[in-house]
Design a protein around this ligand. Structure first.
Ligand SMILES: [Zn+2]
Length: 218
């Protein structure tokens, strides 16, 4: 098992839950305790308006980083606002949901007003997470999703370490039929499928190469 990475100072300053885990800025506190599955009231709007990091709450610089699943490298959308890259790297490596594929999303006992993101979301644990750094991201207000823009840097993680090409491809290949099924429902199916092929080819350029070996990131 990979040891937990060191916390960036901005993450170390966050409040802690009962187990001593840092509580990200976006997390809602309910009856005095953080619920990691629930976004704080107005969280997305405030993050965009004040340009603050989704994870630590400090102001973002020119580069911002999204923690996304592999399929989002194809359709280039995220339901969540971006973070500092060091905060995003930490989350991608330390967050149990992202780093332990066998963990399931828990959706029981959610408050009634828990936000469900719009658009096509794939409700399964991808196992592989990317940190997608971009200067050209924007909020698509019509769909309430973030267009993650063109990446200046992409890092792939699995189980708290750099992901292998095989892991990345397994994750993409398992999710691609879902995107294809959505494209096939489009009234202009041929165009939608051609667009998906183009997006897939673009994503393939970002996948680590054959000689990419896992490494333990210190
Ligand atoms: Zn941050």
């Amino acid at each position: 098992m990979t040891a937990l990475p060191d916390m960036p100072p901005r993450i170390a300053r966050l409040p802690r839950d009962h187990a001593g885990r840092p509580v990200p800025w976006f997390v809602a506190w309910i009856d005095g305790a953080p619920d990691f599955r629930v976004v704080r009231a107005g969280g997305v709007t405030d993050a965009v308006r004040f340009r603050c990091c989704w994870l630590c709450g400090d102001r973002l610089g020119a580069n911002a980083a999204f923690v996304i699943g592999p399929m989002c490298s194809i359709n280039r959308v995220s339901p969540e606002p971006p973070s500092h890259r060091d905060c995003a790297d930490y989350a991608a490596r330390a967050c149990p949901f992202l780093t332990r594929p066998q963990m399931r999303r828990r959706t029981s006992n959610l408050p009634d007003d828990a936000v469900q993101p719009d658009g096509i979301m794939i409700a399964r644990n991808p196992g592989v997470a990317l940190v997608w750094t971009s200067r050209t991201w924007r909020l698509d207000r019509q769909y309430g999703l973030f267009d993650v823009g063109d990446p200046t840097d992409v890092r792939w993680y699995a189980e708290g370490r750099t992901a292998t090409r095989a892991e990345v491809m397994a994750s993409i290949d398992s999710g691609l039929p879902l995107l294809r099924a959505e494209a096939e429902k489009d009234p202009r199916q041929d165009l939608a499928l051609a667009e998906l092929d183009r997006l897939y080819a673009d994503a393939m350029r970002l996948v680590p190469g054959e000689d990419h070996m896992p490494e333990v990131v210190q």
